[in-house]
Ligand binder design. Sequence first.
Ligand code: HEC
Length: 161
Amino acid sequence: MSRRAAWALALSTGACAGLLTPARAADPAAPAYPQGAAPFQANCAVCHGPAGAGVPSLAPPLISYPAHYAASPEGRRQLAMTVLYGLFGDIVVDNKHYDFRMPDFARLDDATLAATLNFIVFDLGHAPASVKPVEPGEIAAERAHVVDGAAVREHRRSVVP
Ligand code: HEC
């Protein structure tokens, strides 16, 4: 094959993808909260899956309920409480039962937890723009009210869709 033909082949097969990198900045698939994507993949994906689709009878999906929670003050408290204190006991998500223990993540700082929740709410859950992003201060406020995973489940009753 001539050098010219090889070059044309490389272009047509996308072997020169590096040349296309600048166009990626406008990629609609790029996360709106990349600072939450990394902690999500590091801490949450092992149970909830890399796209938050959940694992049957182990961990629930995060692609619909969290976006609903984020639209109300008590729902936002619920999200903060869940990551700070975990969640324990039988719950129902999309008509399916989950009865296991979500560990607590109080060791992560407020900004990291807020960004992780925003990744779930906006990137995985596609909450509308009318929903305000979770602020680190909302996480800090819940640190002041220590509860356990059973109490987080009890509070959840008032916010489920
Ligand atoms: C060891 C597995 C595990 C890991 C790791 C984990 N979760 Fe969970 N998560 C669960 C389980 C199990 C539940 C449901 C608990 C129950 O059955 O009461 C849950 C529930 C939730 C809920 C509540 C969903 C609802 O509808 O109320 C949210 C939100 C959530 N997890 C977010 C996260 C985030 C964010 C992380 C990472 C920081 C994370 N989880 C890490 C297992 C896990």
